[in-house]
Structures are given as C-alpha cells and as structure tokens.
Design a protein around this ligand. Structure first.
Ligand SMILES: [Zn+2]
Length: 301
C-alpha cells in the first residue's frame, strides 16, 4: 500500500481542487468578498497571497506545472462563491501576489526548459500593442437536421480556433442498435460533423501584449536595463493600465508560442511569452525617459 498521493482521474482531481479552493476562499477571504459586494467596477482584480495558497495542503499540490489549470478552475470557483455576496454585476479576476525571493528570475536567463513555470520579474514596460480581443470560449451548434447538441470549446491564446470533434448525439443515433464489435468498427466511420458557431455565446476577453525588459538596481542611476525585449500578455483590467515607462514586478508563467510573424503553418520555431498572473508597482513610472539615468543604451530608443 502506498502512502503517497492518491492518483485521481482528471474529473476527480478537478472536483477535489474546486472543493478545496471554495473552502479556502470562504475561510481566508470571505471578508474581502463581503467588502466587494457593492464594487462599482465591472471587472476587479482579486489578489490572493501566494503563501496562503502554499499553506493549504491540497491546493499546494496544484501549483506546480499545472498552474494554468489551477488558475482557470480557481477563478471559476471564486466567482461562484462571490455570487452570494454580489449586489451589482462584477467579475473577479484571480491574481497572485507576494511571490517569494525564490521566484525571482531575470528575463534574459529564460530558456525553453522554463516553460509552464511561475517566476517573478522586475521589468520596465518599453512598448505595448493596442487592446486586443481574445476569443476565450466558443460555442458550436450541431448543424445536423433535428439535432440540438451545442458544444463549448475553451480556446487557447494565439492558436488556431479549435472546433469540436464528432457530435455525441448524432454519433449515438448512428451507432444505436449495433452490437459492441460493430460499434467499435462503425465508430471509425462516423459521418463528418458539421457545426455552426453560436454568435451570442462567444466569450471574449481583452488582452494586450507588453514589451518588457529586465531592470536591475544600479549604483549610478536608478535602474539599468537588460539586453533583450520580451513579450508579456496581460488581460482584463490590466489592459491599458501600465503605460510605457512603468516599472513593474510581474508574476508570470512562461508559455511557448508561435512566432508572431510566422508565414507557414508548420513553422517549428517558438517564442517564449509571459502570461501575467499578478503585477506590483516597483517604482514611480519613468514618464520622461530623459530624467532616468540609463546605464546601458536602451534598445527601444
Ligand atoms: Zn448532432
């Protein structure tokens, strides 16, 4: 008998995390939810302390390589629990705060083996795109006659839009009455599915790409800059909140993405993109770059 962590299936694991995070939010942050009941913002960044998450015996097991999964599930639970308090429409965006010194990392030292990991970076915002929309969830209705199946697919940032596979309702009709062996065979020859997108059920969120560089405290000026320009993606209420010149500490996980300018589908080159899960101000923004004593020549000038 093993005393290690019990292996759970994906659904049981999700359920375990949902229950644990629900209890966590109500015990540790119930007061915050209550205080936000009359929040006038439509979208509000809800910060949880990293040390609180790590102190929970169940939650801490979900903070490793599957951080993306954790953030998605936890944010859903957060908003579900908030419904009991909410008096005017407001959506909470889960943010991480107070990561430790152990998470500190230089952008310029990032490599592919760091993907999916969470770090803290001290950065200067040197550029940004206009706000962009990102299709977060799409709904597809089966186009077969008399079928009412609607499938929802969560989309990933900067990927080709994914559509559902075979319609389960149509497949069931097609396979009905077949013997088990015949079913297995027939499953391989299901008619090609056809879907239409349900426009009313598309869910978009706002995103923005920031160009950021390492900043290091410097004896001769306030800060000196790193070598390369890196890309970070912010969403929701972080969009347009950090102008060029902002000195910010980013809590972000490392994601791998296609080259933005790729011209053919099978291009195997990848870039690292930071997915921002929390932001703290480092210093007064450098609104006039001339007032800042740069000790290295900034590449963006
Ligand atoms: Zn169907």
């Amino acid at each position: 008998m093993s005393f290690g962590r019990t292996e759970l299936g994906p659904e049981a694991e999700t359920q375990e995390l949902m229950t644990a995070f629900g209890t966590f939010i109500e015990t540790k942050y119930g007061g915050d939810l209550e205080a936000l009941s009359t929040c006038e913002e439509e979208i509000f960044s809800f910060e949880v302390e990293w040390s609180d998450l790590c102190a929970d015996p169940i939650i801490q097991g979900y903070l490793g390589d599957s951080l993306d999964h954790f953030m998605t599930i936890a944010e859903t639970v957060l908003n579900d629990r908030f419904l009991h308090f909410m008096q005017r429409p407001c959506r909470l965006v889960l943010r991480l705060n107070g990561l430790t010194e152990d998470h500190k990392r230089k952008l310029d030292s990032l490599r592919m083996r760091d993907r999916r990991k969470l770090f803290t970076f001290d950065t200067l915002v040197v550029g940004r795109t206009p706000p962009l929309g990102y299709l977060q969830r799409a709904s597809y209705a089966c186009a077969a006659k008399g079928c009412d199946y609607i499938g929802q697919i969560n989309q990933r940032l900067a990927r080709q839009r994914e559509s559902p596979g075979h319609c389960p309702k149509c497949a069931e009709r097609y396979l009905a009455g077949l013997e088990p062996e015949e079913r297995e065979m027939a499953k391989r020859f299901l008619p090609r599915p056809s879907y239409r997108m349900v426009d009313e059920e598309l869910r978009y969120i706002d995103v923005q790409y920031l160009s950021v560089m390492d900043v290091n405290p410097d004896s001769e000026g306030p800060w000196s800059l790193g070598e390369h320009v890196w890309t970070a993606v912010v969403d929701e209420d972080f969009v347009d909140a950090y102008p060029v010149g902002s000195l910010v500490r980013l809590h972000a996980s490392v994601q791998v993405d296609h080259l933005p300018e790729r011209t053919f589908d099978k291009d195997t080159r990848r870039v690292m993109v930071l997915r921002v899960e929390g932001i703290e101000m480092l210093d007064e923004p450098a609104t006039h770059f001339d007032e800042v004593t740069w000790t290295s020549e900034p590449a963006w000038r």
